[in-house]
Design a protein around this ligand. Structure first.
Ligand code: ZN
Length: 356
């Protein structure tokens, strides 16, 4: 940590004199001053000290925290470092007023579970503080879909994973996580469909959700997942929201639709809720963003179902119009996907490409 108490006041490690006695503002236990040529001056608890708000800090974390403090100060804001909030027993890295709101900025460099992240955010919300999580180096390499979801924040109205870059001293916004099931890059729609079909034929029983879905498909339509109707294929890249590829969620919804009698009607809100509900085991946990982040996945599938008239819009309701049939073999499916260019989706893919 960068701030500790001496007998009178809070002291910044950079300004601290060696030899003075310093205490942790949270647990009141004595702390050491640590300083070195290559080290950011900081305070550390004694080994084995039991302090709820103090975690092992990497040098990147210490450096980034100091940089963030300077960064906000340079903007004329009045950041405060490591303010201990006894009401919630938390100590955000930086506390700063921004747009008339108190914001807790956390620079996260170490592993953190969704549950702990949610608990920390809950604490801040209790005090009316808005938490912002900036990720550090360890999160830069491969970020799993679950981690993307965990740290997704809505910035400029868009799902975003923000980083603090300690080399450049700047915030970076990563938004390049959208993708279609099993596919990297932007192949043509026909190629994309072929790749997804191939991937579906190869998905084995490694995942519990997929295994159960495979069993449901056999029970309901007596077909393997690869034989699913074309409308199940997601051809518009979407933000990571599901534990497994989003195509599985779409298949699960389509199978669940078969349990509904034809001409069942839903208001848009009921429909959204129904889709959310029947995909329940599939959703990833979002700890820093509203559940509406899943909305795009739900909307995309709704648009596809409308386009192929599985559902129809009647007045202000969606009405179930037909149960699309499954293919009985892959040859038939391959022939049909070469013949059906899925114009409705292609337009949306092009629109999306233009938006960027
Ligand atoms: Zn402490």
């Amino acid at each position: 940590m960068l701030v500790a108490m001496n007998k009178k006041e809070l002291v910044l490690a950079a300004n601290a004199a060696a030899g003075d006695g310093y205490y942790c503002p949270a647990c009141q236990q004595p702390v050491y001053l640590r300083r070195g040529r290559s080290k950011v001056a900081h305070f550390a608890h004694r080994p084995g000290a039991d302090c709820a708000v103090s975690e092992g800090e990497t040098s990147e974390h210490l450096r980034g925290k100091q940089q963030l403090f300077n960064y906000f100060q340079a903007q004329g804001l009045r950041p405060r470092l490591e303010v201990y909030l006894p009401a919630i027993n938390q100590r955000p890295d930086i506390l700063v007023w921004r747009d008339r709101r108190l914001v807790a900025v956390e620079f996260q460099c170490s592993p953190l579970t969704v549950a702990r992240l949610q608990a920390r955010n809950e604490g801040y919300y209790q005090l009316g503080i808005k938490p912002v999580w900036l990720l550090g180096q360890p999160y830069r390499h491969h970020l799993s879909a679950a981690k993307v979801a965990q740290f997704t924040q809505i910035i400029a109205d868009q799902p975003t994973v923000p980083y603090w870059n300690t080399r450049r001293c700047q915030i970076e916004y990563r938004r390049s996580f959208r993708r279609c099931s099993f596919v990297r890059g932007r192949p043509s729609v026909t190629k994309l469909l072929q790749q997804q079909v191939l991937a579906l034929t190869r998905t084995g029983s490694a995942n519990d959700l997929v295994r159960r879905l495979t069993a449901t498909a056999y029970e309901t339509v007596q077909q393997p997942l690869a034989h699913c109707p074309l409308v199940c294929h997601d051809l518009v890249p979407t933000w990571p929201t599901t534990r497994v590829a989003v195509i599985y969620w779409r298949i699960a919804v389509l199978l669940a639709l078969r349990t509904q009698p034809l001409f069942t009607a839903w208001s848009p809100a009921e429909w959204q809720h129904w889709l959310w509900q029947c995909g329940r085991p599939y959703w990833l946990d979002f700890a820093c963003a509203p559940p509406s982040v899943r909305g795009t996945v739900i909307n995309e599938f709704t648009l596809d179902l409308l386009a192929v008239r599985v559902i129809c819009q009647c007045g202000d309701h969606y009405v179930l119009f037909c149960h699309p049939s499954w293919f009985t073999d892959l040859a038939a499916k391959n022939a049909s996907l070469a013949a059906a260019p899925m114009i409705h989706t292609q337009n949306r893919v092009e629109l999306l490409a233009k938006e960027r």
